[in-house]
Structures are given as C-alpha cells and as structure tokens.
Design a protein around this ligand. Structure first.
Ligand code: AMP
Ligand code: GLY
Length: 436
C-alpha cells in the first residue's frame, strides 16, 4: 500500500494476531478496545481465545505461510500482529509483507536481535550500546581457552533461540565448562552452533519495550518479570511466572536515558544495516552500579510482561501498531497509558518447566471485571468438552489498581478462584513493590 506524505492512516477494522500464548490473548483483548476494530482473529490461539469478546481462533499453524496469506485475503485482514519469536526468526513477517500485507513484527534479519546473540552483540558494539563484555566461540576448545584466560566464571549462552534455556549463570568455573560442553554436544540443536561468553553483571533486571516503525519509536511502561519457578527467585528458569508494571526501578529520567542511549542507537544501527525494523524492541536490562546495560534483546513483547502491560494501554494501541507496521509512526494518535499499577500472576501446569502435564481439568470461578482479566495460554477443550491444561504456562490472571498492594491483593484473591490439579504459581510476585 502506498501512502503519500500528507495522508492519514487507512481504516483498520480486522486484525490477525499470530500465536497461541497468553501474550497473544492479551494483545487481542487490548486491540479490540479500539472502537474502530470490528474483529480480531488469533491463530492458532488457545481455548481462551474464543472467550474474548469479538475474537475468533483460526486453526492455522504459525509456519503455514500460504494458509495465513489466503486467510488474510479472504478475511480482509488490515493488520497482522506476530506475537512469538520463532515465526519472526523464520521470516513470517517477510513472507506476509511480500504478499502485500501490513505486518507488525520485524523480518528475519531484524529478528536476529533475538535469534542470534552474537549478531546482537556485534550490533550493540557498533552502536555503542552499554552491554556486558563478550567473546564468541565456535568450538569448545576456543570457549575453554577464553574461560581459562578470564580466570573467573563467565556467563555461557547458546547463540540461537533456545526457549530461554540456553543461558548458564554460575559461580564456578567447572559448571561453566560443563555448560560449554553441553552447548557443543548439541543440547540446544543448531542454536548451539556457536556460543557467547559474557562477563557476569550484577543488579536488578527490568524489561523495556519500544514500538518501532523502522526509524522512530515509542516507549511503553517498564515491566518486571519473574523468571524463576519458585518463590524467593529460586528454582529453574522459566518463560516467566509473573510480572508487574510499571517497574519503579527506573525513574522517568532514567527511562528517557535508556531511550537515547540504548534504544535509539540500536534502531539507528539497524537502519544502517538497511533493516526496516517494524515491531517491538524488548530490551532486557540489568541496572548495574555503572548504569543500565543490555542483557539481551528480544524482537517481540515479553510473555508475561505483555499481559501486565496491555490493560494499561489506551484504545489507540491498534492504530499505533498499524502506524508502526506502515513505517509511519508520525501518523499515529498519541498512545494513552493509564497511570495505574498492573500485576500479572501466571499459573503453570504440574511438572513445568521440564515436563508439564496436560489434561488436568480447569475450574475457573473468578468474577472478572474492568480491573481483573484472565488470559488463557496452555489450555484446550478435550474430547469430553472440558477445559483442560495443554501446556506449561496455563493462564495468567492480571489486576490493576491505584497502588501495588491493592493490585496484588486483588490478583491473588482472584487466583483463589482458579484451580486445577497440580496448579503452580508464585505467591511472591511483586515482592519488590509490595508492603503486604
Ligand atoms: P538471556 O536469555 O540472555 O536474557 O539470559 C537469561 C537470564 O540470565 C537473564 O535474565 C539474566 O538473569 C541472566 N544473565 C544473562 N546474561 C547475564 C550476564 N551477563 N550477567 C548476569 N546475568 C546474566
Ligand atoms: N518473559 C520473558 C520473555 O518473554 O522472554
């Protein structure tokens, strides 16, 4: 579609969200807030997608480009929003754009920000973005030599997408050596064809999200994820067990500095590589004693940070994503964001993250209202018509309030009305900002 310099954004009535997690359900729910939107489709979605007002599931897999294009044409889709990293890294956005569709989400080159840690590190270096010192190794001997020289434990990272499991942070050199071996023995498949060793940084972590149109960006409130399975930040790493927003760890001035010192230079470096990055840049930051440093970039919204953020977004969100997708952020309405607090708690299946159990029937009796949402993720309807677990992170409950105490009280009260055998959730999400 060609738009001249003075034009306004084209009509936006029908949106397709690609993905099947809680993130995609929260996106669909938030996009539907725009009075202009008639219908939001989610594909493949989950059992909860249909329970969102005016949202429909389509059963097309994320990697079926032809079927997605056909559906977009037959359903007259005005905007496609791609949720997860795997289809972005596989070039789904490129394929859809080549077919003339308007897409929010970077192409495969831009998605390398997430799909190749080495590539992202080089870009950060080029753009002078503060990040941990790093070394790249293509063989285990190379990696061991670097570790030997450093004479201290280094963080070991498989280069490619490893579903959040490819990073080892350890106190001991022996564990680092073992992690190096595992990467080159193929524990993470092709994601481990090369690895990155990093100096270990210290400090609290915060997630920052920018919506980009290729040349400009708009910031969303910060959010804090809780990656460990167990209370007190113990246990194995997960995709995220809960989140809250905004994260008071960064003041408004500090966030503005993150924009000018980290996000804008990154976008500029992408432009210099002729990458027209239209989508989310998610910067995972560590707030070190010498300022915020990038731990990782992702090329999409965080899950569950997205579920915490979406209820804070005004009805302009859909038009803002459309403007980004068209490369015309200057035409977007100003995105209004409520100054409330938002809290998200994830309920995971028994056995998550190693081997989550499927098939446990859900009992949901929670009274949802304007400040309490339930976003399903790993759910399906079984042969007997029951709503059952079918994935690691089963659902997220999200509440908003005027302060974090009130907000977390509300979300945990709601959680008491949700149950399934083996339900696992952390009771200390937001401990950083709660008094009670
Ligand atoms: P990543 O997948 O790169 O975000 O890493 C997963 C987690 O490992 C991060 O959320 C951090 O908690 C930790 N981590 C990664 N890199 C470092 C580092 N250089 N120093 C300390 N911790 C790190
Ligand atoms: N919650 C972390 C992530 O989405 O990568």
């Amino acid at each position: 579609m060609i738009i001249n310099a003075n034009s306004v954004l084209p009509p936006l009535k029908r949106i397709l969200v690609i993905g099947s997690g809680g993130r995609e359900n929260s996106l669909a729910w938030a996009l539907k807030k725009s009075p202009e939107i008639e219908e939001v489709f989610v594909s493949p979605g989950n059992a909860g997608t249909q329970t969102l007002e005016c949202c429909k599931s389509l059963s097309i897999q994320e990697n079926n480009l032809t079927a997605i294009i056909e559906t977009c044409n037959s359903q007259k889709i005005d905007l496609v929003v791609i949720g997860p990293e795997a289809p972005l890294a596989a070039g789904l956005a490129d394929g859809l754009r080549n077919a003339g569709l308007i897409v929010f989400g970077p192409g495969a080159e831009g998605a390398k920000l997430e799909s190749s840690k080495g590539w992202a590190k080089d870009l950060m270096q080029e753009a002078n973005v503060p990040t941990a010192k790093h070394w790249t190794a293509r063989t285990s001997n190379e990696a061991l030599a670097i570790l030997n020289e450093a004479q201290q434990p280094l963080v070991v990272k498989a280069d490619g997408l490893a579903a959040g499991k490819g990073v080892t942070v350890s106190e001991t050199i022996d564990v680092c050596k073992k992690a190096i071996q595992e990467v080159f023995e193929g524990k993470f498949g092709v994601a481990g064809n090369q690895l990155i060793l990093e100096e270990r940084l210290q400090g609290p972590e915060v997630s920052v999200f920018a919506l980009c149109d290729g040349k400009d960006l708009v910031l969303l409130p910060t959010a804090q994820d809780h990656k460990r399975l167990k209370e007190g930040d113990q246990g194995p790493n997960t995709g995220g067990m809960g989140a809250y927003a905004p994260a008071p760890l960064l003041s408004a001035e500090e966030l503005a500095a993150v924009k000018t010192k980290i996000l804008e230079p990154t976008l500029k470096a992408l432009m210099q590589r002729r990458i027209d990055y239209r989508g989310v840049i998610y910067a995972g930051l560590m707030l070190t004693s010498s300022g915020p440093k990038v731990i990782e970039f992702n090329c999409r919204f965080g899950d569950p940070e997205c579920q915490a953020l979406m209820p804070l977004m005004g009805p302009e969100l859909a038009k803002v994503l459309q403007a980004c997708a068209l490369g015309r952020l200057e035409l977007a309405p100003k995105l209004s964001i409520t100054n409330q607090c938002s809290a998200c708690v994830v309920a995971a299946a028994y056995g998550y993250p190693e081997s989550p159990r499927s098939g446990d029937p859900l009992r949901i009796q929670v009274d949802l209202d304007d400040s309490l949402q339930l976003f399903q993720a790993g759910t399906k309807v079984d042969k007997e018509g029951r709503l059952v677990t079918s994935g690691g992170r089963v659902l997220a409950l999200v509440a908003q309030g005027n302060n974090f105490d009130e907000t977390f009280t509300k979300v945990y009260k709601g959680m008491e009305q949700v149950d399934f055998n083996g339900i696992t959730y952390r009771k200390d999400i937001g401990y950083q900002v709660r008094q009670n």
